[in-house]
Structure formats: C-alpha cells, structure tokens
Ligand binder design. Structure first.
Ligand code: DX5
Ligand code: ZN
Length: 241
C-alpha cells in the first residue's frame, strides 16, 4: 500500500483529485481510454461495479478490474453498487482493486466494523457510500473507521445524470468531520460547474464519467476538471499566473 500513501496523507489536506469513471468509456479500447487520462496526470481510476439488484443496471465485474489492473498504473477505486459487498470483496481485491467502497444502505451499522476489518485484511483501503436519500448522520459513527466517504449526487446506476444540488448540505456536514488523509468523494453529475461547487463544499475527490468520456478529449477534460476543482478548493477565482 505504501506506494499510494501520498493519496491518504494524514499530515496534510489533500489537493482535489478527479477520479475518472470509465463507465462511459469505450470498453473496446479501455486501456487507451485510461492511458489518455493518465497522460493528463490522473492517479485514480473509479470503477463502477453494479449487480442489477442494488441498482437497476449491470456494469463491470471482476474480470474487467483484473484487465484494468494489468493495463494501468493508477490507484483503482472500486465503487461496489452491489447488494452483497462482503460476498465479492475478496474477488475484487484479488483482481487488483486498491480500495473497495460499499454502500451504507447494504450493511447495517452494527455489521460495518466487521466488514471494514475484512476489507482491510484484504489489503485494500475502505470506503462507505451514501445514496442521495441517506442522511449524513447515518454514517457519522462509520466515518472514523474508513478512508473514503462517497456522497452520491445522482441516484446510482447510470452515467450522464444531473447533479442533485440538494446533496450539498450533506457534503458540508461530512466535510466538518473529515480528518486529513480521508477522501470526501462526490460522485454523479460532475462537470466544470459542479466540480467547483462540490470542491467548495469540501469534496477532495470528484468522480467524473460523462464529462470526461463523452467530451471527445478525455485528457483535456480531465485536466480542466482537476484545475477547476483545485481552484475552488482553495477558495480562489481564476488561477494567478
Ligand atoms: C453512477 C456511478 C458513477 C457515474 C459517474 O451510478 O456511480 O460513478 O456513472 O458518471 P457521471 O459523471 O456521468 O455522472
Ligand atoms: Zn461511482
């Protein structure tokens, strides 16, 4: 894990990082789609795993994660939108995922600590995700135990949806409880405008799918999003040159 320790540095506030979601990439040339954002400085790839139960869609599974791992140097951030995260955690870890984020709605509060221990035992960082209707206080007790808190700003299942601005107070409430070294990740509907809004609210990890992979120039879209998020995070307007 040490090669990734700078992404979870407990001694300083993290610069905002864009985590491209490959959900909207061309899966026939996935390695090239990932290489494009890597060339722009990307360090984290977000992999959306769906099971057709927890969300009404199917997406990538274990073999795709394994292929991505062989073709990318990035930290692989697996977002498990699946009803039974415990059942599949080991397979995704073995395939090369560096972090596993499970949904709060799928694991009762009393069972979370055990699952988190299991995932850490697999050598992965751990995240907990909240659907738009799940309140911040549903995870307050879990925040100190995890590396990543993921706030969904669309209903999970599909790329290309509109950012739900009603989730912003939740981002702010969680940001107040965040310590250095943790990611407050926002996922869904991120574009140049909403990246600024989310980063200003306290997010330091922004997932972007369609804004990158439907843009026609993934590398440049990545670069612009990361710049916008970092400017907003530091409270600034346009960067001084
Ligand atoms: C939604 C996923 C996403 C999402 C991102 O179910 O978790 O990561 O597809 O795509 P955009 O950025 O297009 O909302
Ligand atoms: Zn996601």
């Amino acid at each position: 894990m040490s090669e990734w320790s700078h992404l979870f540095d407990p001694n300083s506030a993290a610069p905002a990082r864009i985590a491209p979601s490959v959900l909207d990439a061309d899966f026939g040339r996935l390695a090239a789609e990932i290489a494009a954002v890597e060339a722009g400085g990307c360090e984290v790839i977000h992999l959306d795993v769906m099971d057709g139960h927890f969300v009404p869609n199917l997406s990538i599974g274990v073999p795709v994660v394994a292929s991505v791992q062989k073709n990318s140097k990035c930290f692989l951030d697996a977002h498990l939108m699946i009803a039974e995260p415990r059942r599949y955690a080991a397979a995704f870890a073995k395939a090369g995922a560096h972090s596993l984020t499970f949904h709060a709605e799928t694991v009762a509060p009393a069972d979370r600590e055990k699952l988190i221990g299991h995932i850490r035992g697999l050598g992965c960082r751990v995240g907990i995700a909240l659907n738009p209707a799940t309140p911040a206080d549903a995870v307050f007790d879990t925040i100190p135990l995890v590396d990543i808190i993921l706030v969904m700003t669309v209903w999970p299942g599909f790329g290309g949806q509109k950012f739900i601005a009603d989730c912003l107070p939740k981002i702010e409430a969680i940001a107040k409880r965040l310590r250095h070294g943790q990611w407050l990740q926002v996922d869904g509907g991120i574009n140049l405008d909403t990246a600024r809004v989310a980063a200003a609210a306290g997010a330091n990890s922004l997932v972007a799918g369609s804004a990158i992979y439907r843009s026609g120039d993934a590398r440049e879209a990545f670069r612009q999003l990361q710049q916008a998020a970092r400017e907003a995070q530091s409270g600034g307007g346009p960067r001084q040159r």
